[in-house]
Design a protein around this ligand. Structure first.
Ligand code: AMP
Length: 576
């Protein structure tokens, strides 16, 4: 039997209209211990996200849990905090008390960093182990003693088989991005690992999607789990605000530059930029000011007086941008606002709806802009479903776009001047110059000066274009002959051009499909699901990848190891 909980986007709680005070849950309300609360304050987290509100208390109480949540919802903290909360104060042993399994090396590092940051004051010992990193280093780290191991399944099993990772004391197992792990052919490894962990353990599974074979795996391994699901198709009641919704896909490192570019092209009268944490608010405000914008920070760590000052500057037009957390901006109403910017995809669709409700009122059209890191794109789809309005994914304006836009602004300003201003007093300047130059040349020089005076120097920084990873085809009918236990080897490759790559290691080197998918997903932008058919022969393997990514995959695999060895990687030679 399972119980169900729907998070705050559910029908009964709906989206509260902007400006109303909601019942606010704090991290302290979740019953977290003081050391964890201190860490969250230090990190600038102001309040729990919906998935955290729902998952933390039951998980901290030891309940099994099945959570459907994608990247960007705050799911990592949703399980990491209770895992840490449950660690006993006295931990004399060397073997882990909790095991977190994740599909890729990238996530492994991210999750262990998060656990480390949250668990600092508890002295939590967190060790990441993943394929691709030399084993001896991981052995040493494990031998030194560990509370929480974060691992990719293949490497975890490897270490278990060497008896370096002993799971007999594990009280909590978390499977994160479980759908990805299955997609990558890790089903058998997961089963084997779960068999190593004592039966009376707590088991928690997080996944963005719940394909049927994952559900059946959950039924076998979870005991009376609480199901938590972000409600999906819940259109917002009432009239949607008139808001043009746009998203830009950008890599994390290019976000500040991309924001600047978008703001330059959009030229808002006044905008709010939403960030997740206080630290992000402070950092971004500083960056924007350094780039020449008039930005003000607003977050929960500021006094009422400071906030009033900031709001005064925004209303009076001395500031054009407000950089804020949701908590700080709650109930805020600014007449002049034309744009709302989400510096990250919000953790819940409800939050998105609240944010964009601040523009597009009283019949005016507002603009909502969202910057999306490639991994968080799934959340965008959820938001689209909830708001019932499309979000157009656009390319970040290029340097050429920006220049064209700036020239357009200059042209408009000149036209206005020609139509309205008293220009006679400048005639003498033109007359004397036309003795020497053509009148068009004189005009060109004047335009140049006017342009440079109003727009500042051209910004030559091109922002790298990132594309969204393709959505996985729906696999609802994933039963019967394409059912459980099938690895990527049997999976058909998706549409589009694919390339076949030769990898100089095969069965004799112990290579399994999961190793190849793991290496590719860990080292490149591709996800497990992007990898097509895999053939493992005795001495080599063949892998299908999207043609567009083939060269990246070759370069990345050459730079890493497969089963601990450097291998030849190249395109498959066409057969004669
Ligand atoms: P995740 O969905 O776990 O990948 O988390 C997405 C991002 O949100 C991470 O950068 C977290 O540090 C951040 N985050 C998680 N929970 C909160 C919170 N309650 N407040 C602010 N930021 C958060």
């Amino acid at each position: 039997m399972t119980s169900e909980v729907e998070t705050a986007t559910g029908p009964d709680r709906g989206a509260a209209p902007t400006g109303t005070e909601e019942a606010v849950t704090t991290f302290a309300d979740l019953g977290l211990r003081a050391e964890l609360l201190a860490a969250l304050t230090r990190l600038g987290y102001e309040e729990p996200t919906p998935i955290q509100r729902e998952a933390v208390p039951p998980m901290a109480a030891g309940r099994d849990l099945l959570g459907q949540a994608a990247t960007g919802t705050g799911k990592t903290a949703a399980y990491a905090l209770p895992v840490l909360q449950r660690l006993p104060d006295d931990r004399p042993g060397r073997d882990p008390l909790a095991l977190v399994l994740v599909p890729t090396r990238e996530l492994c590092i991210q999750v262990s960093e998060a656990l480390h940051r949250y668990g600092r004051d508890l002295g939590a010992r967190v060790v990441p182990v993943y394929g691709g990193q030399p084993i001896p280093r991981q052995l040493r780290a494990l031998e030194a003693g560990v509370d929480v191991v974060v691992a990719t399944p293949g490497r975890a099993l490897d270490l278990v088989q060497r008896n370096s990772l002993r799971l007999g004391g594990v009280a909590t197992v978390v499977l994160d991005e479980a759908d990805e792990m299955l997609d990558m052919g890790f089903a058998e490894d997961l089963e084997a690992l779960l068999d190593e962990v004592p039966e009376e353990r707590q088991t928690v599974l997080f996944s963005a999607t719940m394909p049927s074979r994952l559900d059946s795996m959950a039924r076998r391994h979870l005991r009376d789990p609480l199901r938590i699901q972000l409600a999906r198709e819940m259109p917002v009641e009432g009239e949607a605000p008139r808001v043009r919704q746009t998203a830009f896909v950008v890599a994390r490192a290019a976000k500040a530059a991309a924001l600047g570019r978008v703001l330059d092209v959009e030229s808002p009268t006044a905008a709010i930029v939403f960030c997740r944490t206080r630290d992000e608010v402070d950092d971004l405000t500083e960056t924007l000011n350094a780039r020449g914008y008039r930005a003000e920070a607003l977050h929960g760590g500021m006094s009422q007086e400071q906030r009033d000052r900031v709001m005064g500057r925004l209303r009076g037009g001395t500031a054009e941008l407000l950089v804020a957390t949701d908590v700080a901006a709650r109930g805020l109403d600014v007449e002049q606002l034309t744009h709302v910017v989400n510096y990250d995809v919000p953790a819940a669709a409800e939050t998105y709806v609240h944010r964009i409700g601040r523009v597009g009122r009283a019949g005016r059209e507002g603009v909502a802009i969202t910057l999306v890191e490639p991994r968080a794109h799934r959340m965008l789809k959820t938001i689209e479903r909830v708001t019932g309005a499309p979000i157009h994914v656009e390319r970040v304006p290029t340097v050429a776009d920006l220049r064209a836009r700036r020239l357009e602004l200059t042209r408009a300003a000149l036209r206005e001047s020609l139509l309205g201003d008293e220009l006679e007093r400048f005639r003498a300047v033109v007359d004397t110059l036309t003795d020497e130059f053509d009148v068009v040349e004189v005009a060109l020089a004047a335009v140049k000066l006017a342009h440079e005076a109003t727009t500042g120097p051209d910004d030559d920084e091109e922002i790298p274009e990132v594309t969204l990873r393709p959505e996985r085809p729906r696999r609802d009918g994933d039963r019967g002959d394409r059912g459980q236990g099938r690895g990527p080897r049997e999976r058909r490759s998706g549409g589009g051009d694919t390339a076949r790559l030769f990898i100089g290691a095969g069965r004799s080197a112990g290579v399994r499909p999961g190793d190849l998918v793991g290496a590719i997903a860990g080292e490149t932008e591709l996800r497990g699901r992007d990898v097509g058919a895999i053939e493992i022969a005795e001495r080599f393997s063949l892998v299908e990848v999207p043609e567009a990514a083939a060269e990246d995959v070759i370069a990345a695999l050459k730079a890493t190891t497969v089963k601990g060895r450097k291998v030849t990687v190249r395109r498959e030679r066409p057969r004669p």
